[in-house]
Design a protein around this ligand. Structure first.
Ligand SMILES: [Fe+2]
Ligand SMILES: [Fe+2]
Length: 470
């Protein structure tokens, strides 16, 4: 079944109506979800009509439909990418066996943990971003924020479906708890650190969608390979939606850079701050912060969990199909160990380095994104180059946590770190300045002075399109 049934209370392409118990359980969860959305979702805009896209099909083309809708009326649903052939497990110790349609008992706890950890990030990011609508630099940006928010809500639905459908009472309890944890709450925080960081200004939001949503993409890519078929198919469809989130980050930061470069060209002797733009070195510090924090999300470089998940066939590599061999046995991965103040190369069994393998693809993609930003400077003739931090910089998880490295990855002592950190990570002054710029612009076709307009509208709409009806 590829068409989505919108006549149901919960739109879906999983024939939910044929399993009445499951349908009832999810219909009971639905009002709790809406209450959570009203309490913790975007503030002040639940009664406004927003130009949003909704999935209408799970086919590659023509899957989305755009219309004005109030966010609480968004049709959050359950969509799984269909199969062309009988799915097989693609890697690990069960390679070649039929993929599991039910949870394999021996891997139940691991799978539950993987699913809950992924699921928890979805409502967390909505909570982190809940105040941003109040300071949007344009209606275009406000609409993009809300699009990201409703889709993260849908990603929560995708994971909650898997929990309800396949994990019985435990799964229902986990689904309830997903609505109870709160980003940044000291007593009941979200599971992963980055998802408890405040995201209170739009430069942070663009960095978040660039770096943190891209971590999400890579986690989804690895889960889309899972031998547990319902999880794999859920994640595949989530990836379709995820691409727009990274587009928002990539082009958002690019537009901030473009605006600053324009100001620098117009007033070569002035501090860009005098003309309401964000200095390039300040943007770089935001990049360093969100890039390094997001690198932590992949976990430790050497990890027995990652080896177990791979061996079990429940979490693979991104694009597992591109590898010639899917056992990853008797192979080694060379990484840099940091011990007694020295970096040395060490080979670890490949299966234990799967977090690092995933991180490699992620880093490569981010570096391409940084090059895209550098082209903004080149195009305007501004002599500045943005950099992606070395993966040892400012880490709190794994091999390099607890030690100091500069953004190029060179080990440094504590005194050097303290003397330079204000050049590398956003200072209180930086944050206060960015915050001072966060004044809403709600006139159609107008943009705040610190950001350039986008190159084209959403769904080819005109410059002054009414993306949000205020
Ligand atoms: Fe998501
Ligand atoms: Fe996302």
């Amino acid at each position: 079944m590829t068409q989505i049934d919108y006549s149901q209370k919960i739109p879906n392409n999983v024939d939910l109506g044929s399993d009445k118990r499951l349908q009832r359980a999810l219909e009971r969860w639905q009002p709790d979800y809406i209450n959570w959305w009203r309490d913790m979702g975007p503030t002040n805009f639940n009664e406004n009509e927003i130009y949003l896209r909704t999935a209408i099909s799970v086919e590659r083309d023509g899957w989305a439909h755009f219309e004005h809708v109030k966010m609480p009326d968004y049709r959050w649903g359950i969509f799984l990418t269909p199969h062309e052939t009988e799915p097989k497990i693609g890697f690990g110790d069960h390679e070649g066996e039929d993929a599991w349609q039910q949870v394999p008992g021996e891997y139940r706890n691991w799978l539950r943990r993987l699913i809950v950890t992924q699921a928890d990030t979805e409502p967390a990011s909505v909570e982190q971003q809940r105040l941003l609508g109040l300071t949007a630099p344009s209606l275009y940006d406000m609409r993009n924020l809300f699009q990201v928010n409703v889709e993260e809500g849908r990603h929560l639905w995708a994971m909650v479906y898997v929990l309800h459908r396949h994990f019985g009472k435990d799964g229902r309890e986990e689904a309830d708890e997903l609505l109870q944890r709160r980003s940044g709450n000291a007593d009941h925080p979200r599971i992963l650190t980055t998802f408890n960081e405040p995201c209170e200004d739009w430069l942070s939001f663009f960095c978040f969608t660039m770096f943190t949503d891209r971590d999400g993409k890579y986690q989804l890519l690895s889960l889309a390979e899972s031998g547990f078929d319902p999880l794999a198919r859920s994640c595949r469809f989530m990836l379709t939606e995820e691409a727009h989130h990274m587009f928002v980050g990539q082009t958002g930061v690019a537009r901030v850079i473009r605006r600053t470069c324009e100001v620098m060209n117009e007033f070569p002797d002035a501090d860009p701050r005098e003309h309401g733009a964000i200095p390039l070195d300040l943007i770089q510090r935001y990049i360093y912060f969100w890039a390094s924090s997001s690198l932590d999300l992949f976990g430790a470089e050497v990890s027995s969990n990652s080896a177990n998940f791979f061996a079990a066939g429940i979490k693979g590599r991104a694009y597992e199909g591109k590898y010639e061999e899917h056992g990853a046995m008797d192979q080694f991965y060379e990484f840099e160990r940091y011990q007694d103040g020295r970096l040395t190369k060490e080979a670890v069994p490949l299966r234990n380095a799967m977090n690092e393998v995933l991180r490699d693809g992620y880093v490569d993609e981010n570096i391409k994104g940084i090059e895209y930003w550098n082209r903004e400077c080149e195009k305007t003739g501004v002599d500045f180059r943005f950099a992606y931090p070395n993966r040892r910089f400012s880490r709190t998880i794994g091999e390099y946590a607890g030690s100091h490295f500069d953004p190029e990855g060179t080990p440094i002592d504590e005194a050097t770190w303290k003397a330079n950190v204000a050049q590398w990570l956003p200072s209180a002054e930086d944050k206060a300045y960015v915050k001072s710029l966060m004044q809403p612009v709600t006139e159609r076709g107008k943009y705040a002075g610190w950001i350039a307009p986008p190159k084209r509208g959403i769904n080819s709409q005109a410059d002054d399109y009414e993306y949000v009806k205020l």
